[in-house]
Write a protein that binds this ligand. Structure first.
Ligand SMILES: Cc1cc2nc3c(=O)[nH]c(=O)nc-3n(C[C@H](O)[C@H](O)[C@H](O)COP(=O)(O)O)c2cc1C
Length: 341
């Protein structure tokens, strides 16, 4: 069931990069809520390809077609919401060589083993970053439902190619330099969710961190995740790392600092949930690379000719936001269903 996640809000993602369409089915959304369809499209545009020299030049409008679960004015009906995005700008011949010569760093070889060579290799098939578009449909709707409950989620670039807190110019310079070198770069996305109530989550194997990690690691090219100070906390003393409590002027309990990133024991503290997601450099690069021929069982080289993102990070911002929104909405819905018992 690796294409499905969620307990109260269940999401299934389907499709392949060069098939007729990709899409999602979302179960558990509240009937009567009116989705702002214009705002949803603006959110999807943040991820859509072909809008920037920093991204792949594949041109896709990424306009969702809703098959069920939502009226024309955006009102949710309570039925499973089903949306598709038709694929238009495929160049499938770019992938003929890859069928035999797996790209280093991509899932071509492992998918070949797992699916005995039957998987659709074109555009990366089901492993393509393109499958994050339907995740953003589900995430964009969740974001609006959360905003309605006072939970605000924001993602930003905290590192590109080893440069911390880059501004737009530094980001563009690093990415265009890599592209011009026929190469790619990675980076880190920081996501903050403010306004999420305290006391939600579970201990041990089903906590907030666990479920966030499950969905975030479902985003292709994610190689690391830390909450709060993360790996940095391992280098601090307890006296530095502990977030001491205080009663705020409005009478609420809060902590003076937020080194833990808003989660303790798998349960929310009420402080902002803060996490950072590391993305590896895009595996498909223009430089010639060593690989193997699967049919001839010999060493060979590969020059990838398709259109690729020289850096995944800018397009991944709404994807990380979506993953976090869906998990938080799932927990919030759990609370509401328990309260209704
Ligand atoms: C938004 C987005 C865009 C991506 N674009 C590309 C791309 O243009 N070329 C590529 O080789 N990989 C791209 N990827 C990454 C691959 O899909 C990913 O590395 C591959 O499926 C292997 O999975 P893994 O890196 O998680 O192991 C993209 C990922 C995301 C999230």
């Amino acid at each position: 069931m690796s294409n499905t996640f969620g307990k109260n809000i269940q999401v299934q993602i389907f499709g392949e990069s060069h098939g007729p369409a990709i899409g999602c089915a979302i179960d558990g959304l509240p009937a009567g809520f009116r989705v702002d369809l214009k705002a949803l499209q603006c959110f999807l545009d943040l991820r859509a390809p072909g809008h920037s020299p920093l991204a792949t030049q594949r041109k896709e409008a990424d306009r969702p077609e809703f098959l069920a679960g939502i009226r024309e004015d955006g009102t949710l009906t309570g039925a499973t919401l089903c949306a598709i995005i038709r694929n238009h700008d495929q160049h499938s011949t770019d992938y003929e060589k890859i069928q035999d010569c797996p790209r280093p760093g991509h899932a071509d070889y492992t998918a070949f083993l797992r699916y005995h060579g039957n998987n659709d290799i074109r555009g990366g098939g089901m492993f393509s970053g393109r499958l994050t578009a339907p995740l953003c449909i589900a995430g964009g709707i969740s974001l609006q439902l959360l905003e309605n409950k006072g939970v605000i989620i924001n993602s930003s670039i905290s590192e590109i190619a080893g440069v911390p807190n880059p501004d737009d110019e530094a980001t563009a310079t690093a990415i265009l330099k890599a592209r011009d070198d026929g190469d790619s770069v990675g980076g880190v996305v920081e996501c903050t969710a403010a306004g999420f109530p305290a006391g939600l989550g579970n201990p041990r194997f089903d906590g907030l961190k666990n479920r966030l990690a499950q969905v975030i690691f479902g985003i292709p090219a994610v190689v690391g995740l830390e909450f709060g100070d993360g790996f940095g906390a391992a280098r601090h003393r307890g006296s530095e790392n502990n977030d001491v409590y205080e009663i705020a002027t409005d009478g609420t309990v809060r902590t003076k600092t937020n080194h833990c990133g808003g989660i303790l024991g798998g349960i929310s503290t009420g402080m902002p949930i803060v996490l950072r997601v590391a993305f590896k450099p895009t595996p498909s690069i223009a430089l010639e690379q060593k690989t193997i021929s699967l049919s001839r069982h010999e060493n060979t080289t590969l020059k990838i000719t398709g259109r690729h993102d020289p850096c995944i990070v800018p397009r991944a911002l709404p994807v990380v936001t979506s993953a976090v929104a869906l998990v938080l909405l799932d927990f919030l819905s759990e609370k509401q269903s328990i309260a209704n018992c």
